[in-house]
Design a protein around this ligand. Sequence first.
Ligand code: R5P
Length: 346
Amino acid sequence: MRHVTVPVKAAYTTLFCTGQLPERYQGSGASSFYLPGRFSPVPESLERKMIVLGGSASTGLAGKVAKTLNAKHGELEIKRFPDGEKYVRILDDVKDQEVVAVQSLYRNPDEYIMELLLLVDALRDLGASSITGVVPYLAYARQDARFKPGEAVSSLTIAKLFETVGLTSFMTVDTHLHRLEDVSKVFHIPAHNLSAMPLLGKYAQENLNPKKPVVVGPDEEAEPWAAMVAKELDAEHTVFHKKRVSSTKVEIDTGDVEFEGRDVVFADDIISTGGTIAESARACTKKGAKRIFALCTHPVLAEGALERMKNAGVRSVIGTDTIPSNVSKVTVAPVIAEGIRKTNRN
Ligand code: R5P
């Protein structure tokens, strides 16, 4: 029986919390829990000191975060030299200021990483009192182990780079660290993994109005996300068992949940080729499901992904602005703002 009746498993907590901090940061004020929308506002005086800067990947999102926090949306000058090098200049006085640097690492991750490194190093040189790096879509997270001899363990390399240039804390959103489990195990500075799933669930409830819904995580690792969405929809949830046959083909076992006449809401961290959702959708249709929706935090959406899912019967795909796209209907700005508020309170 694969129907999950327990709403929250241990892994669910890791999506919101820092886990155990390295010893040198314990008692440093790093916080544990980030449940969106459950904290009272930070005193205005604290927010006024803060400057939110967005790299070229996340200017719009940084503006929304600044607005939500009632902080200053600072200005950067970013340009490219003829040889491809990046130039970064901070146009605000950041001395003794708390600074948040937002940069999501989608589509051109290497370019955006370099920008963030230049920015953070300059902030440190210029005397910022703290520098929080917010990387909503954390590229390189999946290479978190040496699968073949000689491979670079990229997620650790990225963390080392960010720490070395001067980040004092780090935040990301629904990062799936398969083997390392939690970002606090990758970074030595306080690091937090926030979740967009409650907001996606709320969006689905208000805009899709699913009937007799069942929320589905397309594989076992998606269980915490399915649980969070199900909570918002006041629905049951389940997980499928996925076997990856190739990079574009997967086989799905739906277990023994009843789908006849019900709407299905998928919840996953990433939709890339759309193969996982498409195969899962076909399996649900075979079992009599009615409308099928797909929610994801990071709409990577490789070429043909939306069409693949549509052809498989998916009525709509909803993502967030960690990766700006046509399906990015939900902003993660409130989740990030709440994470920052919580950190500042400690
Ligand atoms: C895998 O573990 C992830 O949670 C997603 O299910 C996966 O990245 C989706 O990939 P695709 O859309 O290419 O099937």
